[in-house]
Design a protein around this ligand. Structure first.
Ligand code: SIN
Length: 278
């Protein structure tokens, strides 16, 4: 097996069959995962059952509450855009599940049907983003916590908008019933131990004790800083590819540049843990 870092935001993994990888190989992948936050696998032949078995070797599977489930395997969330749809899932910088008390560790995404061109996914490293800030700014951010929510994305208001586009995201009631949560703005990454920025444009509402209006300029500044990462990793999908990313040390962005074409990906998300301040 060969693991080749592209940047600090991702590594390609060659010469491994994820269906039969042994314990030593798995340990190497876990170490690389802690270092890079994104592993990109090539020329795999994972069936849905293999995908589930592989995910189970990395952690406990989280059953998605909001996405359409695979018809035969509830563990697999369908990340799909049909030819007549304009919106895609994840078409902006975000990290999944920051609205949960124990945010998801990460996800394993398998390419099932790809557009002839486009439909790449971008990743950046949020630990590096913290390191690129000045010591004074870092200290100020360490004193802040932020409120995260799923309601505006998956709740009633969003579901109404999604109906217009084919109603792919269901279970608005689950989103409405989910209490908003608070996480430190700078968390200690559970695997690497690195201080890591933990806010994102999709699910972060405001700083704790600040109004949304007061929070907006600083959040906007942070997001611009993070999105200007020098080492953004672009995954150009090909048949047989899969990617495993860490939601605590990366942001990702599914590029929506393939209108009129179909794209289908299968995602399995793994349970995470509470995040502590760094
Ligand atoms: C997601 O945000 O999980 C979707 C990523 C992708 O479709 O590339």
């Amino acid at each position: 097996m060969k693991i080749e870092g592209r940047s600090s935001a991702g590594a390609d993994v060659y010469g491994v069959d994820l269906r039969t990888i042994d314990e030593a190989g798995l340990a190497s992948l876990k170490a690389a995962f802690a270092d890079y936050g994104l592993l990109i696998f090539h020329e795999q032949a994972l069936t849905p059952e293999d995908h589930i078995a592989l995910a189970g070797r990395f952690g406990e599977i989280n059953i998605n509450r909001f996405f359409e489930a695979h018809p035969a395997h509830p563990e697999i969330a369908m990340v799909r855009k049909e030819r007549d749809q304009l919106q895609n899932i994840g078409g902006g910088w975000h990290t999944d599940h920051s609205y949960d008390v124990d945010p998801a560790l990460g996800s394993i995404l398998v390419a099932r049907e790809l557009p002839p061109q486009g439909g790449d996914t971008l990743f950046l490293n949020t630990s590096d983003a913290f390191d690129r800030l000045s010591p004074g700014f870092q200290t100020m951010l360490r004193g802040l916590r932020a409120v995260h929510s799923a309601k505006h994305i998956f709740g009633v208001q969003a579901a109404t908008a999604a109906e217009v586009d084919g109603d792919r995201l269901g279970n608005a009631a689950a989103a409405e019933g989910l209490a908003d949560v608070v996480h430190p703005v700078v968390v200690r990454h559970p695997l690497s131990g690195r201080p890591t920025l933990y806010v994102n444009p999709a699910f972060t509402l405001h700083f704790e004790g600040w109004t949304a209006q007061e929070s907006e300029p600083l959040l906007r500044q942070l997001y611009a800083h993070m999105a200007a990462a020098p080492g953004v990793c672009r995954v150009r999908w090909a048949p047989g590819m899969a990617a495993f990313w860490d939601n605590r040390s990366t942001w990702h962005y599914a590029v929506n540049d393939y209108h009129g074409e179909r794209r289908e990906m299968h995602r399995i998300t793994l349970e995470g843990c509470a995040l502590e301040a760094a």
